[in-house]
Ligand binder design. Structure first.
Ligand SMILES: [Zn+2]
Length: 294
């Protein structure tokens, strides 16, 4: 597992040449210095060297430059293939509204009556055609739902991958034309992750009834889920499953189209990792999950 440290600064406070000088002074060799984004924020990315990062941040502070530090982790393909479970992460930016916004029907059978967490689409999913990518294998809506192309759906089916349910996507307007995408829903929910040892999660204002929503990632550290699951229980988990925890905040309101449903993360087993790697999908990463025998 490779951990990288990203030290973010603003170009208004320090230009990249001066940052390079301070990196030299701190005796830190960056892997990369990113280009400033629209807000002027950019980062020096360094390999796992926390002391070096602290020396750099100290120098920045003494030069009146504010910075913030974020950790990121990337697993090799072999690490993802050997982990019992991995979180499937889509690395490209989320796009377009999902949920019931464009008229998708939902079942609330397994959902919290108060907040709607656990609501699942029933039948085809309606999205705005302009929000759907023209090509590519996988994307997520701004509501964190996962979508796969017809090619990926067919390949997963041909590989006999279990646990995934596919909902065909149709254009929300006009003749509701079929678009070459499906929402991937995984009905099997894992037990709650171990709150003591899991990392990179924060909790804010969960629904008092079900307490399943209100989970968020943190900017500082990567997601590290840990589970205590017996070997037999692990064998029962299909190739695609979801976390018990739902990320974001649910809001069940009238009119129903204005409701928002927090979403779980999709967790995959090595067989699904293998099938996705064989498709050479570039915009997904796998975050291995730690499982200890309970
Ligand atoms: Zn609830």
């Amino acid at each position: 597992m490779r951990t990288r440290l990203h030290i973010f600064v603003n170009a208004a406070d320090i230009d990249p040449d001066r940052l390079r000088e301070l990196l030299d002074d701190a005796e830190v060799q960056p892997e990369k210095i990113t280009r400033p984004g629209t807000l002027g924020v950019y980062a020096a990315i360094i390999a796992d060297d926390l002391l070096g990062a602290e020396r750099l941040r100290d120098l920045l502070r003494r030069n009146g430059v504010e910075s913030f530090l974020r950790h990121s982790r990337s697993a090799s393909n072999d690490e993802a293939l050997s982990a019992p479970l991995s979180v499937l992460r889509v690395v490209t930016a989320e796009r377009g509204e999902g949920g019931p916004r464009h008229g998708t029907t939902f079942t609330l059978e397994q959902a919290c009556a108060r907040c709607g967490t656990g609501a699942r689409p029933l039948g085809d999913v309606l999205l705005k055609a302009g929000d759907v990518p023209k090509k590519g294998p996988v994307f997520q809506t701004l509501d964190h739902e996962y979508f796969v192309s017809d090619r990926v759906r067919d390949a997963l089916g041909a590989a006999g991958i279990t646990g995934a349910e596919f909902h065909a996507v149709r254009a929300a307007a006009g003749a509701e034309e079929r678009l070459p995408w499906s929402q991937l829903v995984a009905p099997y929910a894992l037990p709650p992750a171990d709150p003591e040892t899991s990392g990179g999660i924060r909790r804010q204002d969960p629904c008092p009834e079900c307490e399943r929503d209100g989970y968020f990632g943190t900017a500082q550290s990567p997601l590290e889920l840990r589970y205590s699951v017996g070997r037999e229980d692990l064998e029962r988990v299909p190739d695609f499953a979801v976390t018990w925890e739902h990320f974001g905040r649910s809001n069940l309101v009238e009119p129903f189209e204005d409701s928002v449903f927090a979403q779980p993360l999709i967790v995959v087993k090595p067989r699904a990792v293998d099938a996705l790697l064989k498709l050479k999908i570039r915009n997904v990463a796998f975050d291995p999950v730690a499982v200890s025998d309970s």
